[in-house]
Write a protein that binds this ligand. Structure first.
Ligand code: SAM
Ligand code: SF4
Length: 497
């Protein structure tokens, strides 16, 4: 009884309406449903010349207009789709070159006051075993991630619950940053903690900003209001569409200026969600001059005792998913795109060339799963089931064989290259300069500390090619780069430009 009233009182104090209202324009938010629906209304496919004009805008790293994105989603001709896919890959290379970033999710607790129909953590799911990691357990998980696997970046994930409130978040993140494990010639350490958590008020976001987090992600799940209401039961905290919609505005206001958007594909028409993401990116650009640092596009996955997933009428086929990824890449050309291990390995392999920039690897999403001996997924302790459980070493090797360098660079937020600054660098292609140097340094570091012999063998030629490229394309900084590089080879760690 006491527990229920404690929860109720915590929930009732969470939403600060003034922190939503101040962003509304004439009482309206930035998702005009009817306008989005009208842009998606049946119409003939666009002429090839129009499609190519739109491609040219994306290649100039311009955010597309909603009508342009809607037109791309109307293309039927397979050859034009092939052009779109090729352009998506080109946009990615223009902004991010051949770099891919890897990370791991770390789930810290599965207690949750919400009852989202699609989620294994929902409060009504009696089959879920509930647990919140202690600081010692977090240290243990981090030791595996940073010391054994070799991750430098994590996304920490929390349910919405007073047991994992902002104080817990702050403590857990500080604990993660504090772990340093001797390995190889240096040490393993998590250098960037990104956060996926429920919407928070500005005061709490400021606490996270002060600790120094990377990206703050809140997925809108669905931009379609009616569907949003039907999957988030009325009266639950999460049922407040606008509180969630303006999370990123509050984040930017609080000083966390790398923000991550996302929609959960499979709740409503995928084309509506793609437009929703675009409207969201444009709203942030308009208000703050900063768009999203990343966009995520998780697809609904099966979860323990969660029948909704089989019942939704909007599961996205692989073919449509491919289209969605292509159109998102072209619509918001500067944004990082995260392709998670929800998807099976062959599909990730096929989608990567469409412009994805970040992959998770060695992922375990059970609470406390990194330290547990069995590599099995534990369905009653995780939010959903993963499609790709390959190790980081395997993923890095495959990326190298495909011609990509894995970047373990985490310099961005630590030296102020975030928000508006990074937007300008990305748009002008200059961020690539720092990133290229840092990718080479951190890749060498990782090969020395963590790679298995076959991964080393696959990675070294990529690195050699990269260093030669730096010598030719950046002769002025090459000597300084080589100095840092030699220091890394001698065992120094965490050097960056
Ligand atoms: N509790 C917080 C919230 O809802 O914002 C943060 C974390 S939630 C654990 C992370 C994300 O997982 C959700 O935003 C949702 O998009 C996604 N998710 C939930 N259920 C899923 C499922 N069955 N399959 C795939 N993704 C799912
Ligand atoms: Fe809770 Fe997030 Fe799952 Fe919803 S999606 S039940 S808020 S953990």
């Amino acid at each position: 009884m006491e527990k229920t009233s404690r929860l109720k009182s915590w929930v009732s104090g969470r939403i600060n309406q003034a922190q939503v209202d101040r962003y509304l324009e004439d009482g309206r938010d930035f998702i005009p449903d009817a306008e989005l629906e009208s842009k998606l209304a049946p119409a003939p496919p666009p002429a090839p010349a129009r499609v190519r004009e739109i491609i040219a805008r994306a290649l100039a790293i311009q955010t597309l207009e909603p009508d342009e994105t809607a037109d791309l989603m109307r293309v039927r001709d397979p050859e034009l789709w092939a052009e779109l896919e090729a352009a998506a890959g080109q946009v990615k290379r223009k902004v991010y070159d051949n770099r891919i970033v890897t990370f791991a999710p770390l789930y810290l607790g599965n207690r949750c006051v919400n009852n989202c129909l699609y989620c294994g953590f929902r409060s009504g799911n009696a089959a879920e075993r509930r647990r919140v990691l202690s600081l010692d357990e977090i240290r243990g998980e981090t030791e595996v991630l940073a010391g054994r696997i070799g991750h430098k970046r994590l996304i920490v994930v929390y349910g919405e619950h007073p047991d994992t409130d902002v104080d817990y978040m702050a403590e857990s993140i500080r604990t993660i940053y504090g772990v340093k494990v001797p390995v190889g010639r240096g040490f393993g350490q998590i250098r960037r903690v990104n956060v996926n958590a429920a919407p928070m008020p500005v005061e709490e976001l400021k606490v996270l900003a002060e600790i120094g987090v990377g990206t703050y992600q809140v997925f809108q799940e669905t931009y379609h209001r009616q569907t949003y209401a039907s999957v988030h039961p009325a009266g639950s905290l999460k049922s407040d569409y606008r509180w969630r919609l303006y999370s990123m505005h509050r984040s930017l206001e609080a000083g966390i200026d790398d923000v991550g958007l996302g929609a959960l594909f499979g709740l409503y028409d995928w084309r509506f969600e793609v437009l929703g993401l675009l409207y969201h990116a444009r709203a942030l650009e308009k208000r703050f001059g900063i768009g999203p640092h990343t966009i995520s596009f998780p697809r609904l996955e099966p979860a323990e005792n969660t029948p909704f997933i089989q019942e939704t009428g909007y599961r996205v086929t692989d073919e449509d998913f491919r289209k969605a990824v292509t159109v998102i890449r072209l619509s918001v050309p500067y944004a990082g795109m995260i392709l998670t291990a929800r998807e099976p390995a062959p599909l990730r392999r096929a989608l990567l060339p469409l412009g994805c920039t970040q992959l998770d690897a060695s992922s375990r999403i059970g609470i406390g799963a990194y330290r547990s001996r069995s590599g099995e997924q534990v369905s009653d302790r995780q939010q959903f089931l993963l499609g790709d459980t390959r190790t980081l070493d395997e993923v890095v090797r495959e990326l190298a064989l495909m011609g990509h360098i894995t970047s373990f660079c985490t310099a961005g937020y630590r030296c102020g290259r975030t928000g508006q600054c990074i937007m300008e660098l990305l748009r002008s292609g200059q961020e690539g300069r720092f990133c290229k140097l840092n990718a080479a340094l951190t890749f060498q570091e990782w090969l020395d500390d963590f790679a298995t012999p076959p991964t080393r063998a696959a990675g070294e030629p990529i690195l050699a090619r990269e260093i030669e490229d730096i010598r030719q394309r950046m002769p002025a900084v090459f000597p300084a780069f080589m100095k840092q590089y030699e220091r890394i080879r001698q065992g120094e760690r965490d050097l960056y430009f």
